[in-house]
Design a protein around this ligand. Structure first.
Ligand SMILES: [Zn+2]
Length: 305
């Protein structure tokens, strides 16, 4: 594995919490993404394990999904002088904290209220030590997402725009907004940047960027060929995320939660005409069980892995 330069630390988390990247020099320490709110203590401990008594000076979010900025509020309480930078697209909704506009209501997810100091837009840079990190717009998975590239060492922080095997759910598509072209364009931008190592939002860091891009493009082609395939993937990801959060839930409670999550309502209405809502949720759970992602034990759905 390609060695990261001094001052760059990659925390590989799981699927509930996004990965985090700590970038520091003698004067500043900046964390890209902060994980899920239920893991905020763990995120703060990871940061402190590297910084010791030095303070974290800034948080930068690639995008505002709950698994990427859920630790913002807690870190702001731990480090009162912390600066927080987010992409500009949803900034007004952070300032007035609008959980609907921030999609936390539609995903059925929670994110503790945090404040921001400023925004980072496409083309903006931040410099830490001798390294310049540039923000690039990476719409598709999320219309407002950014990725960050440090050219000298060829390091790309790719968020959910590119993983070793695929990319995140294309959320605008759930709302009926075409966004597969944006996914394609973002993959092309990444290709042009020619990163030597990618630090993704989830999963391990990787250096076979060509292979990952090829897998992502083939996945995209499958989704383009079948909107239903993407819809089922999206529904299962939302359910699995809930299971990762709660670990074990009564099937009927899961149905009630899903019923209140606008995205799952939309997906069921559009793609599951044949079954009633609770039956559709059970079908999805069975499919997750088949792939080893959960177990159905009498009236409970239990997370696995
Ligand atoms: Zn995301």
């Amino acid at each position: 594995m390609h060695k990261l330069p001094n001052g760059v630390t990659f925390f590989e988390r799981g699927w509930l919490s996004s990965n985090n990247v700590l970038i520091q020099d003698a004067d500043q320490a900046l964390l890209v993404d902060t994980g899920h709110w239920t893991h905020a203590n763990q995120t703060a401990s990871l940061v402190a394990s590297v910084l010791n008594d030095r303070p974290l000076t800034a948080v930068v979010n690639t995008h505002l999904h709950s698994d990427h900025c859920g630790g913002n509020a807690f870190l702001q309480s731990v480090y009162p002088s912390l600066h927080t930078f987010i992409p500009p697209g949803l900034a007004a909704f952070v300032d007035d904290w609008d959980a609907d506009a921030l999609t936390y209501t539609a995903t059925g997810q929670h994110c503790p209220t945090f404040s921001r100091s400023g925004s980072l837009s496409n083309g903006d840079t931040f410099t830490v030590g001798h390294s310049v990190w540039q923000a690039h717009s990476a719409p598709g998975h999320d219309p407002h997402s950014l990725v960050f590239f440090q050219e000298d060492d060829g390091i790309l922080i790719s968020a959910d725009a590119l993983w070793e095997n695929g990319f995140g759910v294309v959320f605008p598509e759930i709302e009926g907004v075409d966004a597969f072209d944006e996914v394609q364009a973002t993959l092309e931008i990444i290709e042009q940047l020619k990163p030597k190592i990618v630090l993704p939002g989830h999963g391990a860091a990787f250096t076979d960027v060509k292979g990952a891009l090829a897998r992502a493009k083939s996945r995209l082609a499958q989704f383009r060929g079948s909107a239903e395939k993407h819809a089922m993937y999206a529904a299962k990801v939302l359910l699995k995320f809930k299971l990762l959060d709660v670990q074990r839930i009564k099937y009927l409670d899961l149905c009630a939660w899903a019923n209140a999550a606008g995205y799952l309502q939309l997906l069921q209405t559009k793609y599951a005409h044949a079954s009633d809502f609770d039956g559709w949720v059970l079908d999805l759970c069975k499919s997750l069980e088949k792939s080893g992602a959960c177990a159905i034990n009498e009236q409970y759905i239990v997370n696995i892995n």
